[in-house]
Design a binder for this molecule. Structure first.
Ligand code: ATP
Ligand code: MG
Length: 285
């Protein structure tokens, strides 16, 4: 089960996010990025965040800690933005929180080097969960203290929007040609060899157990929330075992620059900027 905290103060909205996540403080004195049950994308987004985020963490990939957050909409009463007010009003009860990484930067493929092993782990993991939201346009990765962190697993497991077709959907290939890490020669074979054996029925069952019942009830076709949890396990288990054979990387792509014009970027330190690893190397010599 995820730790449960209670929101004590709504700090500010994160306008970059399509679902209008907000920075919120909680009664454990932590600061979280809160994703709301009342957001247009619906509660399945939160289910996906929990299952995929927890799976990633259990596999040793960096994802900020997840918690469930009780929200009393009253904390938004002094919020001047009407859109935010509406969202808070629609989200009373249990929501999702992700540990806020202060001072983190959005991943920029021109400014940060990712080695093929790490790129392979991320691309392989995204293939397992069928993540369509880690493209170079919207990488949904942060760099924090020199390390790469994965965020935003809401747009994954497309099969949970159509359970009768889930088995066929989960058997499909994964198109990684637009993936933000495709240009870093991702070694997906090595990743599969290392990580696929770790994705056991037991692990997936534990991860699915972390999803609160509230977000699973009343799914058509399922008598109980545990039956629905089981469906997530049954979709992911065979996919993890074989997806590396069906990852389409396409022809090798170049790292794409941001859209900034040359006159703005020419004077910047040439790529690659030092990463945490380089800095450790420097200090040891
Ligand atoms: N844990 C975190 N620490 C710091 N900043 C974060 C964190 N999580 C998210 N952010 C910031 O908030 C933005 C929006 O978050 P996120 O991508 O999870 O929201 P979303 O609504 O699902 O977005 P999208 O528009 O990609 O669907 C991120 O791009 C990032 O800048
Ligand atoms: Mg995002």
């Amino acid at each position: 089960m995820l730790t449960e905290v209670t929101a004590t103060r709504y700090v500010t909205p994160l306008r970059e996010g399509g679902s209008l996540p907000g920075i919120v403080e909680a009664d454990d004195l932590g600061t979280y990025v809160m994703k709301f049950t009342g957001a247009g994308q619906g509660r399945k987004t939160l289910v996906a965040e929990v299952i995929c985020g927890q799976l990633a963490r259990r596999l040793g990939l960096r994802v900020p800690e997840l918690v469930t957050m009780q929200l009393d909409p009253v904390i938004g009463l002094s919020e001047p933005d009407q859109e935010v007010q509406e969202l808070l009003k629609a989200s009373g009860g249990l929501n999702l929180g992700m540990d806020f990484l202060p001072g983190s930067l959005g991943f920029d493929p021109l400014a940060y080097e990712v080695d093929p092993k790490e790129a392979g782990r991320v691309v392989w993991f995204d293939a397992v969960i069928n993540n369509v939201d880690r493209s170079w346009r919207n990488p949904n990765m942060l760099v924090w203290h020199g390390d790469l962190w994965l965020i935003d697993h809401g747009a994954t497991m497309i099969w949970h929007h159509n359970w009768p077709g889930a088995q066929a959907s989960a058997a499909k290939s994964y198109d990684a040609s637009d993936h933000a890490l495709a240009p870093f020669s991702p070694d997906v074979a090595a990743a599969a060899e290392e990580l696929a054996p770790l994705v056991t029925e037991e692990l997936l069952t534990e991860v699915a157990a972390d999803v609160p019942d509230e977000w699973l009830v009343d799914e058509p076709g399922f008598e109980t929330t545990d039956a629905l949890r089981r469906a997530y396990v049954e979709a992911l288990l065979p996919r993890a075992a074989t997806i590396h054979e069906r990852i389409e990387l396409g022809p090798r792509t170049e790292r794409r620059a941001s859209q900034a014009p040359g006159w703005l970027t020419e004077h910047l330190t040439p790529w690659p900027h030092p990463t945490k690893k380089d800095r450790t190397k420097d200090s040891s010599t």
